[in-house]
Design a protein around this ligand. Structure first.
Ligand SMILES: Cc1cc2nc3c(=O)[nH]c(=O)nc-3n(C[C@H](O)[C@H](O)[C@H](O)COP(=O)(O)O)c2cc1C
Length: 209
């Protein structure tokens, strides 16, 4: 089949697009509101965009609390979600009011970050402390805003649980790092293999992908 997403003429009961961009990492984003409420929500429109210096993005469908807090306070933290945190991750996506704190509501322990005020999820094996840089608004075909945005952040602090550093490398084996697939499906990182870049490849500074 072939379809035009502008016409939504796929003829399937559910939009297949999101099951084709997979697996998506989950940025489990903690922020603090201007009034001091800690917010936590998962975002699978999330990725690293540059490694030297490290930068990340997340995409928000509407100006949700995470985007608003990042913009207003200039900070956010991306926590790594694992299989044993899957229920809490999912719970934190529920509709909580602006003045409600998801971690408090679901009883999830937080730990202080070092370089930003927004805390991290204590049980997450890694967390990226970010400074908000800018929001890129996604326009429709006529160039009008559709209230979907990409939030760009610079990573200024990185927490790694020492237990996952083995032989000088981050070793994610056995952690069950979660990824988002289409529909209601998720994946767990369970097969890892190594492959060296071709001998002639010049790895240019700043492009580690
Ligand atoms: C695994 C998962 C991934 C999600 N990814 C996104 C996303 O990339 N963008 C988005 O706008 N909402 C996403 N959502 C929905 C938000 O988590 C949800 O709207 C949440 O209430 C937003 O919280 P906030 O207002 O505290 O930021 C996702 C939900 C789940 C369960």
């Amino acid at each position: 089949m072939h379809y035009d997403p502008r016409k939504k003429n796929h003829g399937l009961p559910h939009d297949p697009f999101l099951s084709l961009v997979v697996p998506r990492p989950i940025g489990w984003i903690s922020t603090v509101s201007r009034s001091g409420v800690v917010n936590l929500a998962p975002y699978s429109y999330f990725s690293a965009m540059c490694s030297r210096p490290p930068h990340v993005v997340f995409g928000s469908g509407g100006r949700k609390d995470s985007q608003r807090n990042a913009e207003e306070t200039g900070e956010f933290v991306c926590n790594l979600a694992t299989f044993d945190l899957r229920e809490e991750m999912n719970q934190s996506s529920a509709d909580y009011g602006q003045e409600e704190s998801e971690p408090q509501a679901i009883g999830l322990e937080l730990a202080p970050s070092i370089n930003v005020r927004a805390p991290r999820v204590a049980r997450a094996p890694a967390a990226l402390e970010c400074q908000y840089i800018k929001t890129i608004d996604i326009p429709d075909e006529q160039g009008n805003p559709i209230s979907h945005s990409i939030v760009l952040g610079r990573v200024v602090g990185i927490y790694i649980n020492d237990q996952i550093i083995r032989d000088g490398q981050v070793d994610l084996r056995g952690l069950g790092v979660l990824s988002r697939l289409g529909y209601t499906e998720y994946g767990v990182l369970d097969t890892i293999f190594a492959m060296a870049r071709p001998a002639s490849t010049q790895v240019k500074s700043g492009h580690g992908g």
